[in-house]
Design a protein around this ligand. Sequence first.
Ligand SMILES: NC(=O)c1ccc[n+]([C@@H]2O[C@H](COP(=O)([O-])OP(=O)(O)OC[C@H]3O[C@@H](n4cnc5c(N)ncnc54)[C@H](O)[C@@H]3O)[C@@H](O)[C@H]2O)c1
Length: 389
Amino acid sequence: MEKLLTRKDFLVQCGMLGAIAVLSPLVGKAKTLTDKKVKVGVIGCGSVSNMYLPHLSKSPYVEVVSCCDIIPERAKSQAEKYHIPHSYTHIDQQLSGEPFDLLVNLTDMQEHGRLNKQALLAGRHVWSEKPLANTYKEGKELVELAKKKNLRIWGAPAVVNSPQFAFMAKAIQEGKLGKIAAAHAHYGHLGPTWSAFFYERGGGSLPDLGVYNLATLTGLLGPAKSVIAMTSIVTPLRKTDNKGEVKVEAEDNAMVIMEHTNGILSHVQCGFNYFDPYGHEGKGQEKPTITIYGTHGNMHLIGYDWAPAGVDMATWENEKTVRFVTNAENYVWEQGASVVSESLATTQEPLITVEHALHVLEIIEASRTSQSTGRRVKLQSSFHYPLIK
Ligand SMILES: NC(=O)c1ccc[n+]([C@@H]2O[C@H](COP(=O)([O-])OP(=O)(O)OC[C@H]3O[C@@H](n4cnc5c(N)ncnc54)[C@H](O)[C@@H]3O)[C@@H](O)[C@H]2O)c1
């Protein structure tokens, strides 16, 4: 197997061509342009690859060199559609085939930890769809392994990159809402139909849907110190395209309360049994899905945090609610792998951090522990906060 460049080698070999100031989800306004492209291998050619591949294909920092799926027709058809020169049906072939720098993992949730580990052991950086791993312990081991091998690993979601997130974070940091007390967030739909893994052990509405709100609320309000939660199964049997009728093993309904610092409490609810007249995307929705209350003001995010449409804010100085940031600019939820590729190419750090993804994974696990034990669960992990000043 050809030896892959380490991050250090790669960055040393990058030709730095000068600085351009453009709107970027990377930290700092100016970014460095490089003539080197990050070679990307995508694993998992299912539903979400139809969103990732067009975005990656358009990035000036990315060359998608291979794709892989255990279903051979999927790997082949995505390779043809997106002009990807190499396609494989097993990760072993992909890792020992055409060399690449970054594995983009878009497989079933239950496969992430194992495949991410294999990629790191083979000297690849990793962008993983959520969750990063199946347990907090496994996620922590991946982060430690990446550090030991001088590699990078990041995990979805990319919600902290939106201009709406930035607006809300700045308003909180500038004290516009006074002392923050409470927040609520919700996200749900009627559940995916195409794959059974969403309902099997290791799946569930918390890592599939709640993960966005958990990342947004901890990103805005700071790391959680403890969690109390209830989860349930509302629809015990589901019809799926790939396995027919399956028994639902993972929660399809969840309520999580987080304790942040300074007495701030926040609440996330998510599930696969939510009728939404605006559909899965929530497009055209005027009602907020995220609400934050403080002593001097309140803020409401219109649309979902992964597809935001504006922020309504009222403060004691301006009691009339005003809508801000109605344009998401270049933010789209499927941008994560392109953003970290740009970061590898330019050395500018993204706002997305693996420590934040790991913290959210611990909250998901703690929520399930709270449900099964009936107790409040203390958290160990944290991340650098505030993300935006
Ligand atoms: N579909 C969406 O709109 C969406 C949006 C955001 C995030 N996600 C996340 O993306 C991930 C994938 O979801 P999806 O909806 O694309 O599922 P999917 O079932 O459509 O696709 C998953 C693909 O991974 C392949 N796969 C599974 N194990 C593999 C392995 N060991 N090696 C190679 N290929 C393997 C499957 O054959 C399948 O083609 C999940 O983590 C999901 O939560 C999906």
